[in-house]
Design a protein around this ligand. Structure first.
Ligand code: C2O
Ligand code: CU
Ligand code: CU
Length: 472
């Protein structure tokens, strides 16, 4: 496959087209359905592969900045993972060759140059990488037209319909500390999506492709959501949630069945405002805390007051009922695992800069506590206790799919949100709420080498809230 990152113009809002950067691809050999463009959108093409397939992708950088592609959630050799030290200059290229090892799931790809990931993703560089396998096939999930992908992202536009990034980050340093919150929520690069839905079941894959924004997603009719998969593929069994909380880079797959609805009924998926301000700050207290809580909250944008229906389904006639399997996949037990080591990674704030254990990113640096042995199973605890400023951080680890073991110390004001978290199944990104300690179980049996772990709030990542770890 040839994959270009290039400048382009697309129609996002009525009126003037918007200048964007986008991924454009071409299948040079192999199955033609390995790649499918998203029409009328800046969104990158959707890759579709099967576990075990071999992939060669020639990436050509035609944007005016150094860049490199990372396959988020995929387990690939270190030189194929899109580490920032492998950036190619504008005009340069990089050849990726790997075998798809992951199980079926909704993965994605995006740029990963140090310091410029946020602006490049914001400019439009991101796409989905869908993997299928035999276990998924056996679950007989809705396919074809009934397998829908929705990438959520927030953007701000100026009067000429052009994207605005830095300026919308909020006043001065403080804005940069919370992140970027766009004024509009887009779905697949459009203000909203409409689907003429036949009666029966749909599989809806959701990716939060935003730089910083966390979504609370619910059905317009308040019926519960049925989740069937998270970051790393199918859950053991479907999980019902009154709403879903999805942090940057997290994925969730829903089973939506319209057979109960009458013909002509309209059901929307809605992104609702999510306010961390009061609760998170109240717990932490402090002068700055109070200020931030009033000023801009953590994780909410100033414009997010109104719920936004981003996907609208109008129910028509159809083929009737499709049963949701009660068991979806076989997952290893996380009870009493053999753990070689426990490590703590504290989110820290020093000199107005987010870090991990007091350190920020250095291209080749690995601290002694960042070295793990190939094959080992470890427990990593991410703790989010920064008294001066309490906001959520979506923590991501490359080269593994992990399991969430426990979430400790959730402040009382945030307990309600836990009903919407999807901690089951395999994960590569976990949202750590203010005040919390979250323990995850990881087995480093993918590849040896130098990989990244970081906060996926891209403003934080770009300012250095990212570190290497070395698997030897
Ligand atoms: Cu989605 Cu290190 O990235
Ligand atoms: Cu990643
Ligand atoms: Cu962060």
């Amino acid at each position: 496959i040839e994959l270009l990152a290039q400048p382009d113009e697309v129609q996002v809002l009525p009126g003037r087209p918007t200048a964007v950067w986008r991924y454009v691809g071409r299948v040079l050999s192999g199955p033609a359905d390995a790649m499918q463009p998203v029409p009328d959108s800046y969104a990158g093409p959707i890759f579709r592969f099967r576990t075990g397939q071999k992939v060669r992708i020639r990436y050509i950088n035609r944007i005016p900045q150094p860049s490199i592609v990372h396959w988020h959630g995929l387990i690939v050799p270190e030189r194929m993972d899109g580490h920032p030290r492998d950036v190619v200059p504008s005009g340069g290229e990089h050849v990726y060759e790997f075998e798809v090892r992951n199980r079926a799931g909704t993965y994605w790809f995006h740029p990963h140059p140090h310091g410029f990931t946020g602006i490049q993703v914001y400019g439009g560089l991101a796409g989905l990488f869908l993997v299928s396998d035999d276990e998924e096939r056996a679950a007989k999930l809705p396919a074809g037209e009934r397998d829908i992908s929705v990438v959520l992202a927030d953007r701000s536009f100026d009067r000429a319909n052009q994207l605005v990034y830095e300026a919308a980050m909020g006043p001065g340093m403080m804005g940069a500390m919370t992140g970027f919150f766009g004024e509009r929520i887009l779905a697949n690069g459009r203000p909203s999506l409409s689907f003429p839905a036949a009666s029966g079941a749909y599989r809806v894959r959701l990716l939060n492709g935003s730089n910083s924004r966390i979504y609370r997603i619910a059905r317009s009719d308040r019926k519960p959501l049925l989740a069937i998969a998270s970051d790393g593929g199918l859950l053991g069994a479907p999980a019902s949630r009154p709403f879903l909380v999805l942090g940057p880079a997290e994925r969730a797959e829903l089973w939506i069945d319209f057979h109960d609805e009458s013909v002509g009924a309209r059901v929307a998926l809605v992104a609702e405002p999510l306010d961390f301000g009061g609760a998170g700050m109240g717990m932490m207290g402090g002068m700055m805390g109070g200020m931030m809580g009033r000023g801009m909250g953590g994780g909410v944008g100033p414009q997010s007051a109104a719920p936004h229906p981003f996907a609208l389904f109008t129910v028509g006639r159809g083929t009737g009922r499709q049963a949701l399997p009660s068991r979806l996949a076989l997952l290893a037990s996380v009870v009493a695992p053999q753990v070689s080591k426990r490590r703590e990674f504290a989110i820290t704030l020093g000199h107005m800069r987010w870090g991990i254990n007091g350190r920020t990113f250095e291209m080749d640096e690995v601290a002694p506590y960042e070295q793990v042995r190939f094959g080992d199973t470890e427990v990593w605890e991410f703790s989010n206790r920064t008294p001066m400023m309490a906001i959520p951080h979506p923590m991501h680890v490359h080269a593994v799919q992990f399991r969430v073991l426990e979430r400790l110390d959730t402040p009382p004001g945030l307990q309600g949100l836990r009903a919407g978290l999807l901690d089951g199944g395999l994960k590569d990104t976990v949202l750590v709420l203010p005040g919390e300690r979250v323990r995850v179980l990881l087995t480093f049996n993918g590849f040896a080498g130098l990989f990244l772990y970081h906060c996926h709030n891209l403003v934080h990542e770009d300012m250095g809230m990212m570190r290497n770890f070395l698997v030897t």
